[in-house]
Design a protein around this ligand. Structure first.
Ligand code: DHB
Ligand code: FE
Length: 285
């Protein structure tokens, strides 16, 4: 059977992708950030996942005000890096896992979560920057990726609790797939940042670190936090953090099938562009 062995959480910022692509990772501004991911890249080499179920948000790249799916699962065989205005990032194409994705869609929709099925989608920095941070700059990504896009751009966006419950349904779906696969689930985006308006530049280190503490120790309680707190404390784009609750909801302790996950790595750094970068790796025991 397929197994979720670990969950990974990381912020995404377009400038991180640009720093990598332009060879700036050793510059004084960027070096401390990338150092926080050295452990993660070594860890991934040892873990060798077959599939990453990657929860991310599209930034009006594949979707727009024309069409706003709350939850969209990628069932395609392949996804191209998107052109976000400066040309597509020079990173490999992303290979999907259509059979597992279709199985998850079947199971999760039967569990009463309405997913949009996406057979063609270009993937923006929300997906490619986390891949770069965790896998570096390979010729090919070392595993298959199922993109799972969440609307956190246009209100109404899903609640933390909805995301957490969905994570449980995704776990059930993955662990009922009849093939031995090592699957990781990633929750991406966040942490505190606001890109617009009078509060542009907002960062809240204390709130972010408390979010990390609670994500580890009391995710069900954390899932009750309403949107208004994310926006007030972590800025308008801080709402991206609800996506981390999907990955956390898919861990064994939430389902009652295992003990609390092991914290393999935790990192926090301010700033990357306008964003507080948080990163966590949790292993199912
Ligand atoms: C930045 C952060 C984001 O999450 C994003 O989607 C775009 C830009 C930034 O800090 O520059
Ligand atoms: Fe973003």
């Amino acid at each position: 059977m397929a197994k979720i062995t670990a969950s990974v959480y990381t912020s995404h910022v377009p400038a991180i992708g640009a720093a990598l692509d332009l060879g700036k990772t050793q510059e004084p501004y960027w070096q401390p950030l990338f150092k926080g991911y050295d452990f993660s890249k070594e860890w991934e080499k040892a873990q060798k996942p077959d599939v990453v179920f990657l929860v991310f948000n599209d930034h009006a790249t594949a979707f727009s005000l024309d069409m706003i799916p709350t939850f969209a699962i990628g069932t395609a065989a392949e996804y191209q890096p998107a052109d976000e205005g400066w040309g597509p990032r020079p990173v490999p194409r992303v290979h999907g896992h259509p059979e597992l994705a279709a199985h998850i869609a079947q199971s999760v929709i039967q569990d009463d979560f309405d997913l949009t099925i996406v057979n063609r989608m270009d993937v923006d920095h929300g997906l490619t920057v986390p891949l770069s941070l965790m896998f570096g700059q390979p010729e090919q990504w070392p595993c298959k990726v199922i993109p799972f896009a969440v609307n956190v751009v246009q209100y109404p966006v899903p609640s933390g609790n909805r995301c957490f419950q969905l994570g449980k349904a995704i776990r059930k779906a993955i662990e009922s797939f009849d093939e031995d696969l090592n699957v990781q689930i990633w929750g991406t985006g966040g942490m505190s940042h606001q890109l617009q308006g009078p509060r542009a530049g907002l960062i809240n280190k204390d709130w972010d670190n408390q979010f990390l503490d609670r994500l580890i120790a009391e995710p069900a309680e954390l899932a009750k936090v309403p949107h208004i707190e994310y926006v007030r404390e972590a800025g308008s784009e801080g709402i991206e953090l609800v996506m981390w609750l999907i990955a956390r909801g898919a861990m064994g302790d939430v389902a009652g099938t295992g003990p609390a996950p092991k914290v393999a790595h935790r990192f926090f750094h301010v700033p990357a562009s306008n964003t507080a970068v948080g990163h966590l790796i949790l292993e199912n025991q």
